[in-house]
Design a binder for this molecule. Structure first.
Ligand code: SF4
Length: 328
């Protein structure tokens, strides 16, 4: 591990000041950061510890919005009975993430900012990774890319966003509240993430020193009838090949509103507005789900190893929609 100083700020303002310094990084639960440090993928000069500084409360308000403090633990959110009742897609996505031990430590803010699991990004012995070494090339293009993205890719990077709960939160229209040296601002979670383009090393729109203080989800009838389906190579401690976060508001057999996002397939959590439009106003049922799922793969670009994904995406989506459709 490279040497660094450990900074222990007294409050969030001091943290953002320290965190905006050149070569500074935050650490909260540490479940991803410790791996990145010990594998020498990241080597910040200053590590700014956030433990004890950020809000960790979990609150479902009387109007059925959800507010998560940035330091809320994954396991606490998943175990919250109000979250499970009003936003089942969020609880399910969390329970299908990582392991129990990791969920006990990891914070929601850290989860949303975790780095990709592209095997070449995580291997310091590989030189050709534009995300780690801008301009060095991309070993994944013609390498082991079965798990990598088919949506939002660029000629410079095809790394998949690894977060499950980010997919669920995008499907229900979550916003993140961030604070930095310049003050507070609110960003739609979907807009937090940047596409790789020709600068894959810049993954979010966060400015130096900005950190996530809260995640807020508006009330949504579709979220109440929602689920998260994750398809992966083994049933535990594995990242998604494909996943679907779906919510349907159905009345008298007709879909009134829908929230749909997919994971394991995009360089960011991928909301699917064309699928949502194709669902709304149609009768709930398999024919509607199959018709709508055709739009999920619009714009998909595959490589040799991940050609299975477009078909798997459609099947994953139809199955998830059938689950929530069958509950209504
Ligand atoms: Fe690096 Fe992205 Fe290529 Fe993976 S896909 S090797 S993260 S540039």
């Amino acid at each position: 591990m490279y040497p660094f100083t450990l900074e222990r700020p007294r409050d969030v303002s001091e943290a953002t000041r320290l965190g905006s310094a050149d070569s500074a990084a935050y650490i909260a639960g540490g479940t991803d950061m410790m791996q990145l440090l010990t594998d020498e993928i990241l080597h910040p000069d200053h590590l700014v510890a956030l433990d004890g500084l950020l809000d960790a409360r979990i609150e479902v308000t009387p109007d059925q919005a959800l507010r998560l403090g940035g330091a809320a633990r994954m396991s606490d959110i998943a175990d919250d009975p109000d979250v499970a009742a009003v936003f089942p897609v969020i609880a399910e996505a969390l329970l299908l993430s990582a392991s129990g031990q990791v969920r006990n430590m990891a914070t929601i803010g850290g989860n949303l900012l975790q780095r990709t699991r592209c095997p070449y990004f995580r291997d310091p012995g590989v030189h050709a990774c534009n995300k780690r070494r801008p301009g060095a090339g991309c070993a994944a293009m013609d390498g082991a890319n079965r798990t990598l993205a088919v949506l939002g890719t660029s000629p410079h990077c095809i790394a998949t966003n690894a977060s499950d709960v980010a997919v669920a939160l995008v499907a229900v229209g979550a916003q993140v509240h961030v604070r930095g040296p310049g003050g507070d601002r609110v960003i739609a979670l979907e807009d937090l993430y940047r596409l790789p383009g020709d600068t894959p090393q810049i993954e979010t729109v966060l400015e130096p020193g900005e950190l996530i203080t809260a995640v807020v989800v508006p009330p949504s009838p579709a979220a109440r009838n929602s689920t998260y389906l994750k398809v992966r190579d083994r049933t535990s401690f594995e990242f998604a090949l494909t996943s679907a976060a779906v919510g349907l508001d159905i009345a008298d057999g007709v879909i009134r509103s829908a929230g749909v996002a997919m994971g394991g397939v995009g360089t960011k959590p991928w909301r699917m507005p064309l699928v949502e439009e194709a669902l709304i106003g149609r009768p709930a049922g398999e024919e509607t789900y199959r018709d709508a799922a055709r739009y999920a793969t619009e714009g998909a670009v595959t490589r040799e190893g991940n050609r299975l994904k477009p078909e798997l995406m459609k099947r994953t989506l139809v199955r998830a929609l059938s689950v929530v459709g069958g509950r209504a």
